[in-house]
Design a protein around this ligand. Structure first.
Ligand SMILES: Cc1cc2nc3c(=O)[nH]c(=O)nc-3n(C[C@H](O)[C@H](O)[C@H](O)COP(=O)(O)OP(=O)(O)OC[C@H]3O[C@@H](n4cnc5c(N)ncnc54)[C@H](O)[C@@H]3O)c2cc1C
Length: 388
């Protein structure tokens, strides 16, 4: 695999600090040297993640990278975004692993946990010695989380949890599952440990997409947890929704990485592939596709960078994140489809990346708020009329 040098048509690197570029470079090298040589093997086995790389991901400071204290790297949000971009240049499954651990498990413990919960879990999760998962989606409710059926009933100083969560990344791997459940006072989050009585996880097989990632179903039958396992600061749906905003921010950057990988592969391939006496890249139709790809990548980079700066200034609104997630994932998916097309028959085999990214991006379009759900969030923001 040739070295990847990035895509920077508008000289956006001039707007990055040395620390931000360094964070990007270290993940870029890790992905090229250590992750990409293994991805084919893991994609061929449905639901297998290169767990051997977890300590290295932790050494690079990639779990909860934009959080402060407790062994976290404390990067600014642009550096964090660039890290997500580079991880997803490898595979959406790799970025998902880091997003779930950091944005969906460590962030809520950091934001809403008790001092004891933070001390107990954050250093372990940052160090990759513990794995976490985020249980929000249920078999009957994905987009409409208000319909949640998972129930938590209070009995003295303990809670009893009953219900099922589905489509949970890293569910069967996790040492701690953050389970969102309905209580008589509204939705609350509970840290449920692996091995708790009545708690089982089974992996979902047959995925065409995100194959190098573990996706599980979690079953909770009369699982008893102490009150000290409830996140004290998380009240109502704003708890899980605020975690989703963090993860969606990372996805807006991550999708760029997948798009860049596809663009770079299609460009290189079309320069080398000869058709009718000349390179495929010399054909007008090919150039139109490449121009579309580069333009969409550049627009998406501008969105992501502005979002990152606003996040660092504390001026980010969740609707801005919706726009970036919706746009950047959609652009990446269109780019991946065009790249697959340009590769012809070679585009359907796993010696090339385009189709792997393309099918992964179908998941990315669906999770963390589907494309249409983000359309409706923005529609409500513009008109003041809720259509969701
Ligand atoms: C590989 C993978 C990993 C995942 N990991 C996690 C995880 O770690 N934790 C977790 O909790 N969840 C996870 N998810 C679940 C994911 O977040 C949900 O799949 C997503 O929220 C969509 O829910 P759904 O699949 O039930 O689709 P639905 O909500 O049933 O949507 C189906 C279709 O209806 C559309 N739709 C929905 N509502 C409306 C409306 N009001 N108007 C118009 N159209 C509408 C949607 O846009 C979509 O096109 C994962 C999913 C996948 C595929």
């Amino acid at each position: 695999m040739a070295d990847f040098s990035g895509v920077d048509f508008l000289r956006l690197d001039d707007l990055l600090s040395d620390e931000e570029k360094l964070a990007r470079q270290s993940v870029r090298e890790f992905v090229s040297k250590e992750f990409l040589p293994r991805i084919q093997e893991h994609v061929r086995q449905d639901g297998s993640f290169p767990m051997a790389l977890v300590p290295k991901l932790a050494d690079l400071g990639l779990f909860g990278a934009n959080l402060h204290g407790y062994g976290c790297a404390g990067m600014n949000n642009v550096a964090y975004g660039l890290v997500m971009q580079e991880l997803e240049r490898g595979d959406s499954g790799l970025r998902s692993f880091a997003s779930v651990q950091g944005s969906l498990v460590m962030y809520p413990i950091h934001a809403y946990g008790s001092p004891e919960q933070k001390q107990r879990w954050l250093p372990e999760l940052a160090g990759g010695r513990a794995i976490g998962c985020f249980g929000l989606t249920e078999p009957d409710f994905g987009s409409h989380i208000g319909g949640m059926r998972m129930k938590a009933e209070r009995r003295g100083s303990r809670w009893i949890l009953n219900g099922t969560k589905r489509w949970i990344t890293n569910g069967s791997l996790a040492d701690v599952a953050l389970i969102w459940a309905r209580t008589q006072d509204g939705v609350r989050g509970f840290l449920v440990e692996k091995g708790s009585r009545g708690f089982t996880a089974g992996d979902m097989k047959g995925k065409f997409s995100l194959r190098a990632s573990i996706t599980s179903e979690l079953f909770l039958q009369d699982v008893e947890v102490p009150e000290t396992s409830r996140l004290p600061g998380a009240e109502g749906l704003k708890g899980p929704l605020s975690c989703l905003t963090q993860a969606r921010y990372g996805i807006a950057w991550g999708a760029l990485g997948a798009a860049m990988a596809c663009y770079e592969e299609a460009l290189r391939y079309s320069q080398e592939r000869l058709v009718q006496g000349g390179p495929l890249a010399g054909k007008q139709l090919t150039q139109e596709k490449l121009v579309f790809m580069l333009t969409e990548i550049t627009k998406a980079q501008l969105l992501a960078l502005r979002l990152g700066r606003l996040k660092d200034e504390g001026k980010l609104d969740h609707t801005m994140v919706s726009m970036a997630k919706r746009n950047n994932v959609d652009a990446a998916l269109q780019i991946a489809r065009l790249a697959r097309d340009l590769l012809g028959a070679n585009g359907i085999v796993d010696d090339y990346q385009a189709m792997r990214h393309m099918v992964n991006l179908e998941t990315v379009r669906t999770y963390e708020g589907t494309h249409d759900v983000h359309t409706l969030i923005l529609g409500e923001h513009i008109t003041g009329i809720r259509a969701l």
